[in-house]
Design a binder for this molecule. Structure first.
Ligand SMILES: *[C@@H]1O[C@H](CO)[C@@H](O)[C@H](O)[C@H]1NC(C)=O
Length: 614
């Protein structure tokens, strides 16, 4: 139907309005400098922290007390649940942006219930474009009401990964007592020393062990056929009398796993995107929210803060994965960053990790999906949600390329995990480059859901490497993989990239806004201390001085041991150990400045882990 005269003029008015809006928006957001955005994000973070009374250490403290009570006292006496800890997201993440709505509910229902109108408010699709303020409200309400509680919590101690079951959704109003880091560390040490006191307990422990140099992976791990798995399970269930339910085990029973597979197998053909980020008007041109999980969205994250999250997160991931026998390795942007100087590239918005597809099936079956992981309080206040998309099982409608995420819940930043599998799609010919005819026949190409192809033979065996100063794994033939994906120049001769330039005497990427390939007459390094730059040597930038000191040890180790990307020098992993954490925890950073506890704004710290007793 054609519009009538009146509605036509209404439409013209609307269109004009949009044109004017865009005309104003584009210059405002598009032509602002990087410096402007960094400063704005920094100021916003500071304001956010000043307003919020949330204390990330309060929940960790509660967990520590809960664990030691469950070890040492009678189960019935434990505050917080005697068959597992009660959990409500309101106790664990900062939902203060939703206070204007949530406070009434907290008062009326102290245990954290919602009503349907509140639920509806939080359930609006994150891709629905709205204002920043509205999105924050929605994301806070969504996490409060609807976000499933984790199945279990893993606490990362000095020597052990400690697992605590979650029993039910209940708000404990843990509060915002400002516990100090030392208090938490002392409680952790005490707890770990008493772990063997009591055998009968809710909590399970997995001791951390030394990382292996290489890991071979069975090629069958790259094959997953849901239809076949469903058939196999059905025929097993038909033959077997179902085994008795054995209570507290987390492993999925056959029946439950079958239900999951059948659900996922139809879900994957109609699924929308599983991992969502908030769509916000004012973010239309800059897209800063594109790298933030909706459910934990609070504010945009500046470069230094993000680098800190990435630093802590990649180390936590590989420790967590190793303790749980999860095989994974870094790839793409993160691997490219590693080739240069052993750390992620400063502008990279996430960490990219790959796993064989069957790994995700096994993890789902082992009940490890939807697990909350608590960082060792020595290092920081981070908490991570391990979240597997049910769409991992096969290609489906191609709405989902990312198969799982390890999400830092204070910021919404994450590690992207993609599964590689052997499929029936035809591989591109580049993948066979340089191979003889008989090799072409024997190699096994695998791909992720975004159709990045690799050969299993390029990946295996995966090798230990130091990434961000901590343990990680890399594929076997790094150069072959990077050459095909980015071209050889990407890591041999390229010196300018995304507003940064690689200064090889510093072994690091420097933002162009600070300086571009400077020719300095004054000495660059502090006399007798190569780990520090003079102010002139840092192009008069304290920021660069800070950043250089942060990356120094990682880049030095990288150059000494891993400069040859395909054949690193062999070294004793246990003896060298991880490098200290060198980026301050973001919450501590803003907190310390706001409370005047520091007289500078540097991110550099040097936090050593406890020497492992071996
Ligand atoms: C993982 O847990 C989340 C939250 O409960 C759920 O939505 C998702 O479907 C689960 N994924 C798998 C693979 O079971």
């Amino acid at each position: 139907m054609l519009p009538t005269g009146r509605s036509r003029s209404k439409w013209i008015a609307r269109i004009l309005f949009v044109i004017v809006l865009v005309g104003l928006f584009v210059p405002y957001f598009y032509f602002r400098s990087d410096e402007y955005w960094q400063q704005k994000n920094y100021d916003d973070a500071m304001t956010f922290h000043k307003k919020s009374t949330f204390q990330p250490r309060a929940s960790t403290n509660f967990l520590l007390e809960y664990m030691s009570n469950s070890l040492l006292s009678d189960k019935e006496e434990i505050r917080g649940g005697h068959r597992g800890i009660h959990f409500h997201w309101d106790d664990w993440i900062d939902l203060s942006p939703g206070d204007s709505i949530l406070n009434d509910y907290r008062e009326t229902f102290p245990e954290g219930e919602c009503d349907s109108s509140l639920q509806e408010f939080g359930n609006v699709n994150p891709f629905w474009m709205e204002s920043h303020h509205k999105k924050l409200l929605r994301s806070s309400v969504f996490s409060y009401c609807t976000l499933p509680i984790p199945k279990q919590i893993f606490f990362m101690g000095d020597n052990n990964l400690i697992k605590v079951p979650v029993s039910s959704k209940e708000r404990l109003a843990i509060g915002n007592t400002p516990y100090s880091r030392e208090e938490l560390v002392n409680k952790m040490v005490l707890l770990e020393s008493s772990l063997d006191k009591k055998k009968e307990s809710l909590i399970e422990t997995i001791p951390f062990e030394e990382f292996p140099k290489t890991i071979e992976i069975n090629t069958e791990e790259f094959v997953f056929n849901p239809d076949y798995e469903i058939l196999k399970l059905k025929s097993k269930l038909n033959k077997d009398t179902p085994s008795k339910d054995d209570g507290e085990k987390f492993e999925m029973k056959d029946m439950e796993y079958l239900d999951f597979l059948e659900y996922a197998n139809s879900y994957v053909d109609t699924a929308p995107k599983y991992f969502k980020y908030p769509w916000i008007y004012s973010d239309l041109f800059k897209g800063q929210a594109h790298h933030l999980e909706f459910k934990f969205f609070r504010r945009y994250i500046g470069d230094h803060e993000r680098q800190s999250v990435v630093h802590h997160m990649s180390r936590a991931w590989f420790e967590f994965a190793q303790a749980n026998n999860i095989v994974s390795w870094i790839n793409y942007g993160s691997l490219l960053g590693w080739v240069y100087n052993g750390v992620n590239m400063p502008w990279d918005t996430d960490v990219d990790i790959q796993v064989p597809i069957n790994e995700l099936a096994k993890l789902t079956r082992r009940g490890l999906n939807n697990t909350l992981v608590i960082e060792n309080p020595r290092f920081g206040n981070a908490k991570y949600l391990f979240d597997i998309s049910p769409s991992f099982i096969r290609q489906g409608n191609s709405n989902n390329f990312i198969d799982a995420r390890f999400i830092e819940v204070n910021s919404g930043l994450y590690i992207d995990i993609s599964a590689l599998s052997k499929t029936n799609y035809p591989p591109p010919s580049e993948i066979f480059e340089g191979l003889t005819e008989s090799e072409v026949k024997s190699v096994i190409p695998v791909n992720c859901k975004n159709f990045n192809w690799q050969l299993i033979e390029e990946i295996l065996p995966i090798k230990y490497a130091t990434f961000e100063g901590g343990p990680s794994f890399i594929p076997n033939q790094v150069s072959r993989i990077l050459d095909r994906k980015y071209g050889r120049e990407s890591y041999t001769t390229k010196e300018e990239f995304k507003g940064h330039n690689y200064q090889s005497d510093l072994n690091m990427w420097v933002p162009d806004r600070i300086c571009k390939f400077p020719h300095l007459t004054d000495p660059r390094f502090v006399l007798g201390d190569k780990s520090r730059l003079t102010l002139e040597g840092a192009c008069d930038s304290i920021e660069l001085q800070d950043e250089y000191q942060i990356v120094y040890e990682s880049s030095q180790r990288h150059i000494a041991l891993e400069d040859e990307q395909d054949t690193p020098v062999s070294y004793n992993i246990g003896k060298l150990g991880s490098l200290p954490i060198s980026r301050k925890d973001p919450w501590d950073y803003f907190h310390d400045i706001n409370k005047d506890l520091v007289k500078h704004d540097r991110w550099f710290v040097k936090v050593k882990g406890k020497e492992k007793s071996t």
